[in-house]
Design a protein around this ligand. Structure first.
Ligand code: SAH
Length: 239
């Protein structure tokens, strides 16, 4: 189902164009404009660059209710802390939630006007507040940049990209393979008198944590197993 970006009361047409571009870069096309000050506009077209199609297909409506009427989940993006506490998620968690909910129906992320942001009345229509973490002394992003951050987070989930950009060369080691490795490692460390089975402390737990963090792939695990076997063999030769 669709992930819609809703811009409420945008005053700078250039920002609308820049939002359309940010969306298309990240593979999104469903744009709704609530009461834009001026649209269509040359500046919007210019800033959209190659994403004019997103602008041309944008729906223009006169209320937020109309823009989200068919949605099963709505997040309202806001930089400001509110006097009433709304349920709130940071942008990464919210992107994951939007993806999940989009399996049930259309979902929307709503962005406010440049000057004032979303009003509490707008947020009444939202299931959650969405915040992009920033330096607390200067938390308000440019509208299109806020849209870019969210759409990027959505893209990393859809394209299964890890933010680090790391792609394993081989399939990741499975839990069963890791268990064999830990058993082998424990035995070699015991033989080397590094691990005392009578007083193991938290050594194996700490080592597990290290390997869980590293997420070795199968090639890497084979190298580690090979090292343990070589050490084992050398020990045997010395006996
Ligand atoms: N001056 C306004 C901010 C307007 S910026 C205010 O204080 O609320 C335009 C829109 O971009 C905001 O309404 C919000 O939807 C989005 N935005 C900007 N910075 C954000 C942030 N740090 N987290 C979430 N959304 C943000």
């Amino acid at each position: 189902m669709s992930i819609r970006i809703v811009l409420v009361g945008t005053t700078h047409p250039g920002n609308i164009g820049a939002c359309a571009r940010a969306m298309k870069n990240m593979g999104l096309s469903d744009l709704a404009l609530v009461d834009p000050l001026s649209f269509p506009h040359d500046e919007a077209t210019a800033r959209a660059s190659g994403a004019v199609d997103v602008l041309q297909n944008a729906t223009v409506v006169d209320s937020l209710e109309k823009a989200i009427a068919d949605c099963v989940f709505v997040a309202g993006a806001s930089a400001r802390a509110r006097s009433i506490t709304w349920p709130s998620m940071d942008v990464r968690d919210c992107a994951a939630r939007l993806m999940l909910e989009s399996q049930q129906g259309s979902v929307a992320a709503v962005f406010g006007p440049e000057r004032s942001g979303l009003s509490n009345a707008h947020l009444d229509h939202c299931d959650t507040l969405l915040t992009i973490p920033t330096d607390p002394r200067f938390s308000s992003l440019n509208l299109a940049m806020a849209v870019q951050v969210l759409t990027y987070e959505l893209y990393t989930i859809r394209a299964n990209i890890r933010p680090s950009g790391y792609e394993p060369d081989a399939p990741l080691a499975t839990s069963g393979e890791l268990e064999h490795f830990y058993a082998h490692l424990g035995q070699v460390l015991t033989d080397a008198h590094f691990l005392d089975p009578e007083n193991p402390r938290h050594l194996m737990r700490r080592l597990r944590r290290l390997f869980i963090r590293a997420r070795p792939d199968q090639n890497e695990l084979n190298i580690l197993r090979g090292i343990l076997t070589a050490v084992d063999r050398k020990d045997g030769a010395d006996d």
